[in-house]
Design a protein around this ligand. Structure first.
Ligand code: SAH
Length: 234
């Protein structure tokens, strides 16, 4: 088990909240709200029906289940036992099938290289010690020509202000300490990791929150939260 590229405190943090994962009014509300947006963006770039997909850092399975509803055959992996248990229970209740497994991305990549049409890894890279290693694992998991998607938080004063001061302290949408500014990743850094991993970037997309309307939207503003779509060389 590749336990080296995981921060036990991070896993613990998500485990403690895991029982509320599917409560749309909980700490996980932002994930519920952004999910339709990112799902449609992914599905437009990589039509999910019939595809073999792995979701890295799946947590309680919000994205994983929604991709399965689109007709994908989905594997969700995470290192939080509790999150995976919640994910499994929810899948049983909803009847939406997802295969969940507790395994590090690097270990799954060693076991199942080149087997996935689509790889997703959302809101997770900013919680791991070595994000480049996760990006390499994601690339290894993808088939040649496969699509790989990431999302994370940019690192700059505006991101600090909105993602930490705004979301954790002013609006209290997230528990204090949810995010560590030093671990945020600029698009240039992520682009470097993906290139080194043999991925070609197709597109960046910004994701922002309007605190007045309380509405999330996808746009060209990658200053705070952003997604990236890549293709593995054929
Ligand atoms: N991707 C999901 C959940 C994001 S929350 C979504 O966007 O809806 C971040 C998740 O990453 C948590 O479930 C946490 O347990 C997981 N995580 C953190 N570090 C990890 C690691 N090193 N390996 C696998 N999962 C990790």
């Amino acid at each position: 088990m590749n336990a080296t590229n995981a921060d036990p405190q991070e896993i613990q943090k998500f485990s403690e909240l895991a029982h509320r994962w599917w409560d749309p009014g909980s700490e996980f509300r932002p994930l519920h709200e952004i999910n339709p947006l990112r799902l449609e963006w992914i599905n437009a770039r990589a039509p999910l029906a019939g595809k073999k997909v792995v979701d890295i850092g799946c947590g309680g399975g919000i994205l994983a289940e929604s991709m399965a509803v689109k007709g994908a055959v989905v594997t969700g992996i995470d290192l939080s036992d509790k999150a995976l248990k919640v994910a499994d229970l929810h899948s049983m209740e909803s009847g939406v099938q997802v295969r969940y497994e507790k395994i590090a991305a690097e270990d799954l990549a060693a076991r199942e290289p080149g087997q996935y049409d689509v790889v997703t890894c959302m809101e997770m890279l900013e919680h791991v010690p070595d994000p480049a290693s996760i990006v390499r694992a994601a690339a290894t998991l993808a088939k040649p020509g496969g699509k790989v998607f990431f999302s994370t938080l940019n690192r700059n004063p505006k991101a600090y202000l909105l993602a930490i001061v705004g979301a954790e302290y002013l609006l209290r949408m997230l528990p204090k300490g949810t995010h560590d500014y030093a671990k945020f990743i600029t698009p240039a850094e992520l682009a470097h990791y993906t290139r080194e991993a043999g991925l070609e970037i197709d597109a960046f997309k910004g994701m922002s929150y309007n605190p007045l309307t309380r509405i999330y939207s996808l746009n060209q503003d990658t200053d705070v939260n952003y997604l990236v779509a890549c293709t593995k060389a054929a």
